[in-house]
Design a protein around this ligand. Structure first.
Ligand code: H2U
Ligand code: ZN
Length: 355
């Protein structure tokens, strides 16, 4: 090699072992990666690990079958999944329209919508990781049904399906459950992803951003955690949470209405395997916020969109050490210490048998 010319892999090696920033092409946002920083001493907050054993039925739980909820309604004696309107909904279907402020610096808009809660199982003691793939497939059936039903409402443009798991994520109840919020406007995060995917599609001969991204990740393999015929789980190149992952479909699916039988059973399989790996990481029921991003509903087709799930777990170095997005992260941009490649390698090395 002529003097002065450095091999490309060597340059990348040097970039990735020193402080650098990475672009998230889905949101257009940058992230600071500081691989050398893991060596610093830690004297901060140590999280208490909650006790791991729970009864299969808790008479004081608002979500267990047959119990009375905080709002006064009583749950049926449900056997599989159970969906109900959130008793303390953040959105209302009939919020009235009102006069807009003429000053654009004081913009406000009506936000009609619906909030629902979905119990994944009647068994209070379970989590997705501990449920069978068949039972997880029933949760997916309920998500698909909710997506179809809420997405068909005339005033709804986005259906956000998510799960907050664990007390440190602010989850109010350990009973396995998630939420669905359907809104009249497309919220900030899916709106950024919509814009980025549309722009990529328009400037890349009608190819989808997430198809090209997934193809390249599967080829490089270094950030892939696990996969099956229908889905891949990987740590995105731009992950900001220490063990953040993303689920991507093998087929060009824009939303859950596009699911065939194989997409559903494949999703149940990858959810079980990924959440089991997460639990095995620190040998705790692993906390996270997870949710699906799907094409906006109503109106035109969205060939640029690919459904995907994000898992955002807060734990860093043990069950007791949590990553805080504060300081520089709040004021400037997110930052991480362990590299996405190291996080993927760690998750990949774990067993898919629950501890
Ligand atoms: P978390 O998963 O983030 O803890 O939220 C649970 C939701 O369940 C929360 O939005 C609702 C709360 O309003 N809920 C009811 O609708 N009824 C109840 O009896 C308890 C909780
Ligand atoms: Zn319960």
């Amino acid at each position: 090699m002529p003097a002065g010319i450095v091999a490309w892999p060597l340059i990348m090696e040097t970039i990735f072992s020193n402080p650098h920033s990475r672009l998230n092409p889905l949101t257009g946002e940058w992230l600071l990666v500081s691989p050398h920083r893991l060596k610093r001493p830690w004297q901060g907050k140590v999280e208490q690990t909650p006790p791991e054993t729970r009864p299969t039925y808790d008479p004081k739980c608002y979500l267990c079958p047959g119990n009375e909820r905080a709002g006064g309604a009583r749950n049926p004696d449900y056997q599989g999944t159970f969906v109900f309107e959130n008793d303390f909904a953040a959105l209302l279907p009939d919020a009235p329209a009102s006069q807009a402020d003429a000053n654009p610096l004081f913009a406000a808009r009506r936000e009609r919508g619906t909030c629902r809660v979905i119990c994944f199982s009647p068994d209070h003691s379970l989590t997705l990781a501990q449920m069978s793939e068949d039972a997880i497939a029933c949760v997916i059936d309920a998500w698909m049904e909710q997506f179809r039903e809420l997405g068909a409402l005339e005033h709804i443009r986005n259906v956000q399906i998510f799960e907050n798991k664990g007390a440190i994520m602010g989850c109010s109840n350990p009973h396995p459950h998630g939420q669905i919020w359907a809104t009249e406007n497309i919220p900030t995060e899916p709106a950024k992803e919509d814009e980025s995917q549309r722009r990529y599609f328009e400037t890349h001969d009608g190819r989808a951003l997430l198809d090209d991204y997934q193809d390249e990740e599967l080829r490089r393999a270094e950030r892939v955690v696990c996969r099956n015929d229908a889905w891949a789980a990987l740590v995105p190149f731009w992950a900001k949470w220490p063990y953040e992952t993303m689920l991507l479909p093998a087929r060009p699916l824009a939303d859950m209405n596009d699911f065939g039988p194989g997409d559903k059973t494949g999703l149940a399989n990858i959810l079980k395997r990924l959440t089991t790996r997460y639990d095995n990481l620190f040998r705790v029921s692993f906390p996270y916020t997870m949710g699906f991003h799907q094409a906006p509903v109503g109106g035109r087709a969205h060939p640029h969109w690919r459904i995907h799930a994000h898992f955002y777990p807060p734990l860093l170095r043990s069950a007791a050490i949590q990553k805080f997005m504060v300081g520089f992260e709040m004021l400037a941009m997110p930052q991480r210490d362990i590299t996405p490649e190291l996080a993927a390698e760690t998750l990949r090395s774990l067993s898919e048998d629950h501890f």
